[in-house]
Design a protein around this ligand. Structure first.
Ligand SMILES: [Zn+2]
Ligand SMILES: [Zn+2]
Length: 127
């Protein structure tokens, strides 16, 4: 599985399929990407390799987000509490069709105008 940012400067590959795919409706994800929610593909961290080390931003809660410093694309997220996994924005994958979401998390922060198709489970916070 491969992907990268909008301008192509940052590319990554994975030797495996994601462990899971989730829609995150938390406020930090909304703000960081500038979107109503983010769909994350969750990978085993040591199975993802980047062509260059992407820039990072570390939030007060120690969450680390990576982005392209040329085009601004949000690429990945990891947190020291979940050391062995890395979340990749599904929109950065070359073939996002392969990664439909399996559940919604942080739905207590879901915007009222987001349609809930009801076909995948909701979790009010991080499960
Ligand atoms: Zn870029
Ligand atoms: Zn989130």
């Amino acid at each position: 599985m491969e992907g990268g940012c909008l301008c192509g400067k940052i590319r990554f590959t994975s030797s495996v399929e994601p462990k899971s795919v989730v829609n995150c409706h938390c406020n930090n994800c909304k703000r960081s990407v500038g979107a109503a929610y983010i769909t994350w593909a969750v990978f085993q961290k040591d199975c993802i390799s980047f062509n260059i080390t992407p820039p990072t931003h570390t939030a007060p809660n120690r969450a680390v987000r990576t982005f392209c410093d040329t085009c601004g694309t949000s690429i990945a997220y990891w947190h020291p509490n979940r050391e062995s996994v890395i979340d990749i924005t599904v929109g950065c994958l070359d073939d996002p069709e392969k990664c439909p979401p399996e559940r919604n998390i942080w739905t207590k922060k879901r915007l009222s105008w987001i349609e809930d198709p009801g076909d995948i489970p909701d979790h009010l916070i991080y499960p």
